[in-house]
Each structure stands twice: as structure tokens, then as C-alpha cells.
Design a protein around this ligand. Structure first.
Ligand code: GDG
Length: 467
């Protein structure tokens, strides 16, 4: 295999422990092939010129890191305006939260062109390029327009909605057409692939020209599901380290173990946090034996606080948690411990292990890695129970979890009660099956499988074919 070139909005240093599984998995292949990782530096230049940015290239062992600064105007429209103000809500089925200001699309295109202009001179002919996520959908089309003939793959970390929702984006034809500049487009779930297939057949009159291959706009693209996993062994190692053990012990000591429930999410409207809190209130109402015992630890790590919809959800959550604690709490028991901060990654496995039930109940989620981390962190002899939304991509792969519809408050409360009462035998059986699945389809499998498929995908189109 040629050198791997990864492009994503942000870079993570694969050498840092806090980097997480994705950076570690990509980092391995990047190291092996002497690869290049390209992305935004995180720096916003207040008075910078739109469409321009300084590139900083440095070496981290055998890996080259290339980081690009963005002007404030570019960042506002590309990142805040279009990627997180249009694509994120619409791709999570939330048309009501999308802000379709046309200027933002211009910024999105401009930054993708800037990425292409700065990346293209760094490329070698046999590089394999892997572009990540909704920030960079048109990047391959921009590279092709400059004459790039390398193999280029794309992975969408978030869901792809069905055609009628996608078609609400004013520039949807352009956006999906841009996907045909890739040799391979990867999605989290089979449902996402189906949505892509339906869309391109109906809106782009694409033809199926082989298993998972679609032809339109004079180009052929392969679309497949590659459900992302975690590094199970690494997460379990983290769980055996001092910080996780200490967190486990102090948590178990402070609360009664079998009644602890946990939620760990970025504070995002896609994660279904208010619905989860309401289901927990319903649990206390419908099954009063849980009062004075069941405690929900909810970690909501701050995220995108400069986008309005995120402030609204923060206030909604604070008021919900406050009213439940006020209505049900007592001097010796509070039903909800709500933490609006980021917990150190080293402590997470200990926290997961101390809890009897995990509530992973997004309204929509590409995959959801918390579901997998919770399973990896459990004591196999006495494991906790995973309650999982049927609308998380993870649901396709984790059928042994207790499935819920997060919009159904009472139904979710019933399932939480079932989880709290599950026998040890059933908990072990479900957990063993879940663990086997996440071990088999871990993040290394994901990385290998995507790159193998990209390597075998149809020959890269010639530059002339693109016109
Ligand atoms: C996108 C897609 C897809 C959360 N709070 C804290 C913390 N986290 C960590 C979790 C987990 C990660 O962040 C969250 O991953 P998710 O998969 O749950 O969700 P997104 O951030 O929305 O990620 C998603 C993913 O991409 C990968 O393709 O699964 O569907 O939306 O690892 O542990 N980590 C620390 N403190 C926190 O407070 N240290």
C-alpha cells in the first residue's frame, strides 16, 4: 500500500493518551506508511483573509502533520455556519434546527477549496487519501478539479438521512454529486447506505453497476457500511490503570453499586438528553421503589457552545435536572448528578464499571462509541446492562442490548426498570455476546477493512473523465 494521507477537520496527536481509538487506529497505519495527516490547526486568525491560511508542517516521528490556520470569516461560515449549522442538524434529521443562510455555503466551498489548494502540492502519485466527515464532503471534487488522480475514500461519521430530508438542503444536488468524486464512500450503518442508494437513484438517476456501485455524472462510486469500533484492548488496559481503579472504588463507595445509572455524552441535541432525563423521572414515578436508591450520573461534556441550539439544550437540561432533584431528592439522596464538564478519559472506564446500567439513548447517532466503551469496561463476572436507542448506528451491531425508542418516555422507563432488575445470568449472557461483537469489529478492523476496500475499489478515474 502507498502512503496514507488522512484529512479531517481537526488532527489528534496519535501519541497522546487522550486521543481516543480513532487517532490510535489511524496513527498506526500513518506510522507504518510514513503518512501525512492534514487538517485545520484549531487556530482562528481574527483579521485573516477569507480563503487564505498559513500551513504549518511538522514531523511527529515518521508521520507528517500539516495544519492549516483559518480566518475568522472562514471559520464562522465553514465550521459554525454550514458544517454545524446546516449539515449536522439535517443529517441528524433536525430540519427545525438548521439555518440555511446562503453565505455559509460559500464559506464551506471556499474552505474546501483552500484545503485542496494547500494539500495538492504535498501529494505523491501513489498516496491513498482518506477524507473524514461532513466538514469535507466536496474535498475530493476540488482535488479532482486540480488534476488529482489518486485513490480517494470518504467516511461519514454521522448518519445520512433519507432522501426527503436530504433534499431540504438547498444545495443537496451539488453536495451528493461531490460524493461521486470519491472511489469509495463509507457509512456507519446499512441504513445510511440504503439512504444513499435511494437518493442517488431517485435524484441523480444513478445506475447500479455492481454490488454497492453506483454510476452517475460520468463517474462510479462504491458505497458501503463500515461500522466504526473502539480499541477494546486499549480501553481495557486503561480500565486496569490506577486512575480508573481509583474512580471505580470511590464511586462504588459513595453510591450503592447496583442502582447506579450512567450517561456520558457531548452536550448535543442529537444525544436525546432531555428525553432521557424525562424517562428517568418516569422511572421514579412509575416504579417508586427506585426512589432513594436509583441515581443517574450524567456527564455532559461541553460542545460547540458558540452555536445557539447548544445553549438552548444546556438550559433545558439544567432546568429539568433541577426540577427532578427538587421534586424527588432528599437530604441523603439526589436522583441526578449532572456534570457539565469533561471527565478525564483515564477515569471513564472506572466510572462505567461502577454503574449497573448505561443509558445510551440518542435520537440519532452515526454510531455511538459510548455504548461500546461501556461494554468493554464491565466486569465480565458481574456486568452492567446497556440500554440503547434503536436510532443509534450501534443498534445494528449490538442487538443484545436492551433496545428503546427514546421518544417513548414510558416505554424507556419500563426498559430501564427491566435493566435494573435483570438476573445475573441474563446480564452475563448479553454482555458476553456484546463483548464478542465489539472485539471482532474493533477500530482496527474498521481501519483495515476500509483501506482494503478502497485499495480494491475501481480504478481511479482519469482527470479528463471528471468534466
Ligand atoms: C461522532 C458521531 C460516532 C464524551 N464525554 C466525555 C468523553 N466523551 C467521549 C466518549 C466517546 C466520544 O467522546 C464520543 O463518541 P460518540 O461516538 O458517542 O459521539 P460523537 O462525539 O458525536 O462522534 C458518532 C463517532 O463520531 C465516531 O465515528 O460514533 O455517532 O456523532 O469516546 O467517551 N471523553 C472524555 N470526557 C468526557 O466527558 N474524556
Amino acid at each position: 500500500m502507498g502512503r496514507l494521507v488522512v484529512v479531517s477537520n481537526r488532527l489528534a496527536d496519535p501519541r497522546k493518551a487522550a486521543a481516543g481509538g480513532l487517532a490510535v487506529a489511524l496513527g498506526e497505519t500513518l506510522k507504518r506508511t510514513g503518512g501525512l495527516w492534514f487538517g485545520w490547526s484549531g487556530k482562528i486568525v481574527e483579521d485573516g483573509t477569507p480563503g487564505e491560511g498559513e500551513l504549518h508542517v511538522h514531523q511527529a516521528g515518521s508521520v507528517t502533520l500539516a495544519e492549516l490556520d483559518l480566518s475568522k470569516e472562514d471559520h464562522d461560515s465553514y465550521y459554525r455556519g454550514y458544517a454545524n449549522g446546516v449539515l449536522w442538524p439535517v443529517f441528524h434529521y433536525r430540519l427545525d434546527l438548521a439555518n440555511f443562510e446562503s453565505g455559509h455555503l460559500g464559506g464551506y466551498r471556499r474552505v474546501n477549496q483552500l484545503f485542496a489548494r494547500k494539500l495538492y502540492p504535498l501529494l505523491k502519485p501513489d498516496d491513498i487519501i482518506w477524507i473524514h466527515d461532513y466538514h469535507l464532503i466536496p474535498l475530493a471534487a476540488e482535488l479532482r478539479a486540480m488534476g488529482c488522480e489518486n485513490r480517494i475514500g470518504f467516511f461519514l461519521h454521522i448518519p445520512l438521512p433519507p432522501p426527503p430530508i436530504l433534499a431540504a438542503i438547498p444545495s443537496h444536488e451539488w453536495l451528493i454529486r461531490a460524493m461521486f468524486a470519491y472511489d469509495l464512500v463509507g457509512f456507519q450503518s446499512h441504513l445510511d447506505v440504503q439512504h444513499f442508494a435511494h437518493y442517488v437513484k431517485a435524484e441523480a438517476t444513478a445506475e447500479s453497476v455492481g454490488a454497492n456501485q453506483f454510476r452517475a455524472f460520468n463517474s462510479t462510486v462504491q458505497a458501503e457500511a463500515f461500522p466504526i469500533g473502539i480499541d477494546v484492548a486499549d480501553f481495557q488496559r486503561l480500565g486496569r490503570a490506577r486512575e480508573a481503579r481509583e474512580t471505580y472504588e470511590t464511586t462504588v463507595k459513595e453510591y450503592s453499586r447496583r442502582r447506579l445509572l450512567i450517561g456520558v455524552d457531548r452536550l448535543d441535541y442529537s444525544k436525546g438528553l432531555p428525553q432521557r432525563i424525562r424517562a428517568f423521572r418516569e422511572l421514579l414515578l412509575a416504579y417508586p421503589e427506585n426512589r432513594h436508591s436509583a441515581t443517574l450520573l450524567q456527564v455532559a461534556s461541553p460542545s460547540r457552545e458558540d452555536v445557539d441550539a447548544y445553549n438552548d439544550i444546556q438550559h433545558e437540561l439544567e432546568s429539568l435536572c433541577g426540577s427532578i432533584n427538587g421534586d424527588f431528592g432528599d437530604f441523603d439522596w439526589m436522583p441526578i448528578r449532572y456534570i457539565h464538564r469533561t471527565v478525564a478519559r483515564k477515569r471513564l472506564p472506572g466510572l462505567y464499571r461502577a454503574c449497573a446500567v448505561a443509558l445510551v439513548t440518542p435520537l440519532r447517532d452515526g454510531m455511538n462509541l459510548v455504548a461500546k466503551e461501556f461494554v468493554a469496561a464491565q466486569d465480565e463476572e458481574d456486568p452492567g446492562v446497556l440500554v440503547l436507542s434503536r436510532f443509534a448506528g450501534a443498534a445494528e451491531q449490538m442487538p443484545q442490548a436492551l433496545m428503546v425508542n427514546p421518544y417513548d418516555t414510558h416505554g424507556t422507563a419500563q426498559v430501564i426498570q427491566q435493566a435494573l432488575q435483570m438476573s445475573l445470568g441474563e446480564r452475563r449472557e448479553r454482555h458476553a455476546a456484546l463483548l464478542e461483537g465489539i472485539r471482532k469489529y474493533d477500530v482496527h478492523w474498521w481501519c483495515r477493512e476500509f483501506l482494503r476496500t478502497l485499495g480494491e475499489a475501481k480504478q481511479p478515474p482519469s482527470a479528463t473523465e471528471q468534466n
